[in-house]
Write a protein that binds this ligand. Structure first.
Ligand code: NAD
Ligand code: UDP
Length: 339
């Protein structure tokens, strides 16, 4: 049984990955500073998998802690999810973002080097492409033009990893550029943090639960089919399946490899609202707001490379993402659908 260290494993995507890896027979060690999550997620992972998880509360910038984790566990590989992820916040507080994302990763890589761990899967983002190329965004055709500090931290980390792959140590690196993960685990026990004020899905869920009165629609006059922003939403389950395929790939191929993980098609904010309204049988109140700084009208992925190299293809659709999200509200927040 191999030991995998998941950074940010209490977060939305890391927790889903922990469940999947445990189900596949790996032993999982989680480090998380709980800046955007809470430790109750560890019990939920245990409840779903009926297995123990080793958890370290702390920051990946803490040298001593990271060394301790490597000393105490025979870490085979890293799935590196931890990081800050809000574009708008990164514009306001760039140092906070470069520190947590870039400095944190450098500290992790330093520890990997000194403990002879050479396999890493990194959570990158479609934001590295910026806004300057025809759709769909393809890994090998698109220029990399990040237009905000968050995106720049992701590209900077990719570059550091690429440099490492050319160093004297044999590294096996998989970069995954996520488009827009949505939905949650079929148990309804884990999902995106509803306090996450940025992303569309948790914001819709807050309105459904009546925590918020209405959904802000950030821009209704984009040059898109209905004026609202268009994104490539991908079910978290498919996204995590992509991680396992990428992990398998780097186990068999040295060096630096990267793939987009998306559905390969775009949906507008209004289209997503419609699917939710159909599911809950009620209207979702909305209010038009100005466009967010740094936002892009539309983007979606090319999935050709992941299909070809990883033999990976998403299986779930937008109805699955919406249904699972509503089920999460029912199971974890006691939401009653017909009231
Ligand atoms: P999340 O905020 O739910 O999870 C990240 C976790 O990392 C949190 O639990 C947080 O407490 C922890 N963390 C943050 N900084 C840390 C640090 N310095 N040390 C230790 N722990 C730290 O985010 P998520 O949605 O699960 O995203 C995971 C990764 O995927 C992030 O790197 C994010 O940038 C990337 N990503 C996410 C999306 C998305 O829409 N969710 C899209 C593209 C890329
Ligand atoms: N969006 C919105 N209201 C919200 C959150 C998001 O209208 O409360 C829109 C946003 O403008 C974008 C789309 O939904 O067009 C997806 O936004 P999200 O922040 O989830 O993803 P990102 O923009 O980072 O790809």
């Amino acid at each position: 049984m191999k030991n995998i260290l998941i950074t940010g494993g209490c977060g939305y995507l890391g927790s889903h990955c922990a469940v999947k890896l445990i189900e596949k027979g790996y032993k999982v060690i989680i480090v998380d500073n709980l800046s955007n999550s809470d430790s109750s997620i560890i019990d939920k992972i245990t409840k779903i998998t009926k297995s123990k998880v080793i958890f370290y509360k702390g920051d990946i910038r803490d040298n001593k802690l990271v060394d301790k984790i490597f000393f105490q566990n025979k870490v085979d590989s890293i799935f590196h999810f931890s990081g800050l992820k809000s574009i708008s916040e990164s514009i306001k507080y760039p140092i906070k973002y470069y520190s947590s994302n870039v400095e944190g990763t450098i500290n992790l890589l330093r520890a990997m080097e000194s403990h002879n761990v050479n396999k890493i899967i990194f959570s990158s983002s479609a934001t590295v492409y910026g806004n300057n190329y025809k759709l769909p965004w393809h890994e090998e055709l698109c220029p990399l033009l990040p237009n905000n500090p968050y995106a720049d931290t992701k590209l900077t980390i990719e570059k550091i990893l690429q440099a490492l792959s050319k160093s004297k140590i044999l590294f096996k690196i998989g970069i995954l550029r996520y488009f827009n993960p949505a939905g949650c685990h079929s148990s309804g026990l884990i999902g995106d943090n509803l306090e996450n004020k940025n992303n569309l899905f948790p914001s819709i869920l807050r309105v459904i639960m009546k925590r918020d009165k209405y959904l802000n629609i950030y821009g209704n006059n984009y040059d898109t089919k209905d004026g609202s922003g268009i994104r490539d939403y991908i079910h978290v389950n498919d996204l995590i399946e992509g991680h396992l395929k990428a992990f398998n790939y780097i186990n068999n191929h040295d060096g630096y490899h990267l793939w987009n993980l998306g559905m390969g098609k775009g949906l507008s904010v209004y289209e997503i609202i419609n699917v939710f309204e159909e599911k809950i049988g009620k209207k979702i109140n909305t209010k038009i707001k100005p466009k967010r700084e740094g936002d892009i009208a539309q983007f979606w992925s090319s999935t050709i490379k992941a299909k070809r190299e990883l033999l990976w293809e998403p299986e779930k659709n937008i109805k699955d993402m919406v249904e699972d999200s509503v089920y999460y509200l029912q199971k974890s927040y006691n939401y009653k659908i017909f009231n």
